[in-house]
Each structure stands twice: as C-alpha cells, then as structure tokens.
Design a protein around this ligand. Structure first.
Ligand SMILES: O=C(O)c1ccc[n+]([C@@H]2O[C@H](COP(=O)([O-])O)[C@@H](O)[C@H]2O)c1
Ligand SMILES: Cc1cc2nc[nH]c2cc1C
Length: 337
C-alpha cells in the first residue's frame, strides 16, 4: 500500500485513525487450514492463533517468515542527570558502538533468529529535556524522531521487531504509564538497569514530577512530553509497518510504553503487534494487561535493546513453519478423530 509519509502532528493523528486492517479472507482461510492439519485440534496451543494472525497481516493462508528486521533505536535523556539509573548516560553511545561492532546480546540473538539488525542512533549528543521541567521534546524534535522510525523500516521485511537503548528510559516509560493509566508513581516504577531498592522512591518522585509538569493526556502528546527520541521512533516504525502490512513483535517495558501511546490514540493501532516477552521490570505485566496482551516468552529478561522481541522471532517462525508446512489429514492419510 502506498501511504505517503505523515509530516505534521495532524497527519500522524489522522493516519492513526484510519489504519489498514488485516486481510480477513486470508485469516479465515488460514483458520480453515489450521483446522485440518495433522494434530489434535488446539494441540499447538497459542502457536495456532499466532500463525493465523500472521497470515491475516501477510494476506496469504500459507505465509513464511523469510526476512525479519530488528531495529534498535537509541536516544539520550535529560532526566538521566537526576540519578535515576544505575549507569551513566554515556553508556548509550558506548552500547551503540558495541551494537555496531557485533558485541552485544542483540547481535547474537539476531544471528540466532536469522534476522537483519538495524541500529539507529538519534541525536545522542543532544539529550531530550528533563521532563520534570516541561516537555521532553518540542514538536520539531518529536516529528523528527517519528520520521526516523518511519524511515528505518525496510519495506521488504516480512516481520519487524522494535527495541531501544537509552540510559534512564525506564523512568520515561514509567512516567508514560502513569500518565496513561493513573495510579501512583510507585505502581509503574521499577529497578531498570538495577538501581537499589533504596533509590526507588527518588525515581518514583521523578516520575510523579514529570507527570505533574506535563498535564496533556493524548497518546502522541504523552509520547512527546514524557518519551524520548528512541520511544517516538519505535512508534513511528510500528505505524509504518502497519501501512506496509508487516507484523510486529514488540520488546519489553520501554517498548510497550511507547506503543501504548499509539493505542491511546486509536484502539486498533496495535492489532498488527504481539508482545515478544514479559520483562522482569515489575510493572510490565500490568502494562501488557492494559493492552489485553499476553507475552510469548517469560524468561525474566530485563535487557531491552530488542532482545526479548528478537528471541520471540524463533517462536513465530516455529508457528508459521508448522502452519504452512504440515500435511493435512487428507494428504497424510491420517484418520480424523
Ligand atoms: O525494556 C525493558 O524491559 C528494560 C528493562 C530494564 C532495562 N532496560 C534497558 O536499560 C536501559 C534503561 O534502564 P535505566 O535503569 O537506565 O532506566 C535502556 O537501555 C533499556 O534498554 C530495558
Ligand atoms: C550495559 C547495558 C546494556 C544495555 N542494553 C540495553 N540497555 C542497556 C543498559 C546497559 C547499562
């Protein structure tokens, strides 16, 4: 589908309200095929619905996963200066170099999954503003980050995983959840890269201050005010994937925060997205529940950098391989129950 790139905030908001739907006929045909494959009905559990979901978005009842793309967006946060992370802000740029040299977990997980990795650093020399003092990004900065996400998607990919790197961005994510869902700052604040339990109240106070300083409650508004460039870019990439009919696996706590802002703008915005894994960050389960999503994996991971999403590619590949490659009862001469 040729959808021109949104430019203004109104373009983004209009597009979110008129997103393309899955191919219902392809999904129906895939459901019928699933019903005659050589297995007891339902015996492949969630893999069955996963394959049908993928078929609907790819527009064919026997799809395959050949060209997954993983994108890691990186951004720096003004709020890092508040002492909310166990690591200093310079680790963001250092880890980007590590991604580029192949030394990070995500490099190995992409290799293992047969996925292409794109690394997109976003103005790392210019951290976003400290959101306890006002919006993290102005409109121009926010639009540039959304556009960077849009442009990073390979139109030839048949699956997209988005993830991020950004010291202090679990503070940003917690503030987004508080703004979206309410409750108390402590409900949404966790240990991130591994701050001490003693440091948690200070982090929660920064989260509360950020939400108090930024009263807007629209999804894009919250993303601009409390997010960061890498969060906005993940959102931009996921919208582009939707118009290209590329299904998406999302990563953990930070990724889910960014995409939850899209769901606030439009209830069906994440229909082409599944949750790759449940992060160990304590509020991720509640955040996924708000989206009505269950993660594919739950391995106690809390790394970010798209790692949980990249690992989940292998689950999706398994689901789609069974769906498209298995024999039917008729083909195999197996008696149905
Ligand atoms: O997304 C998650 O589930 C997640 C949970 C904990 C930490 N992270 C990663 O750790 C960094 C943010 O942690 P922090 O403590 O600096 O806010 C950032 O680079 C994230 O990719 C990510
Ligand atoms: C070393 C390190 C690696 C990461 N990868 C994603 N977030 C990260 C945060 C740190 C601190």
């Amino acid at each position: 589908m040729s959808q021109s790139q949104p430019v203004t905030l109104k373009d983004w908001s209009d597009l979110l309200k008129s997103l393309p739907k899955a191919d219902a006929a392809a999904a129906q045909a895939a459901r019928a095929r699933n019903g005659v494959l050589t297995k007891p009905p339902g015996a492949l559990g969630r893999l069955e619905d996963l394959a049908i979901w993928y078929a609907g978005w790819r527009g064919t009842d026997r799809p395959s996963v050949e060209s997954p793309q993983v994108i890691v967006f990186a951004g720096n946060h003004g709020v890092a200066a508040r002492g909310v992370s166990a690591f200093p802000g310079e680790v963001t740029v250092q880890m980007v170099a590590n991604f580029e040299h192949g030394g990070a977990a995500i490099n190995q997980l992409c290799k293992a999954a047969g996925a292409a990795l794109s690394v997109v650093p976003l103005d790392l020399d210019t951290p976003t503003a400290d959101f306890t003092q006002g919006p993290a990004m102005n409109e121009a900065e926010f639009l540039a980050a959304l556009a960077a996400g849009w442009n990073a998607v390979d139109p030839q990919a048949d699956l997209l995983v988005v993830g991020e790197m950004g010291i202090a961005n679990t503070t940003s994510a917690a503030a987004i959840y508080l703004a979206l869902h309410g409750g108390s700052a402590l409900d949404w604040t966790g240990l991130g890269t591994g701050i001490s339990e003693e440091a948690l109240p200070l982090k929660a106070q920064v989260v509360a201050d950020g939400v108090a300083a930024n009263p807007g409650r629209g999804g894009l508004e919250i993303l601009a005010n409390l997010g960061g460039r890498e969060l906005a870019a993940m959102a931009g990439a996921v919208v582009r994937a939707r118009v290209l009919s590329i299904p998406v696996i999302m990563d953990g706590f930070v990724c889910t925060a960014a995409l939850s802002c899209l769901a606030r703008e439009s209830a069906d915005a994440l229909d082409h997205v599944v949750a790759g894994h449940g992060s160990a960050e304590q509020a991720h389960g509640a955040a996924l529940a708000k989206l009505g999503m269950e993660p594919l994996l739950d391995l106690g991971m809390r790394l970010g950098e798209a790692s949980g999403g990249a690992l989940a590619i292998q689950i999706l590949k398994g689901a789609v391989a069974c769906h498209s490659g298995m024999a039917t009862f008729a083909e195999a001469g197996v008696s149905e129950g």
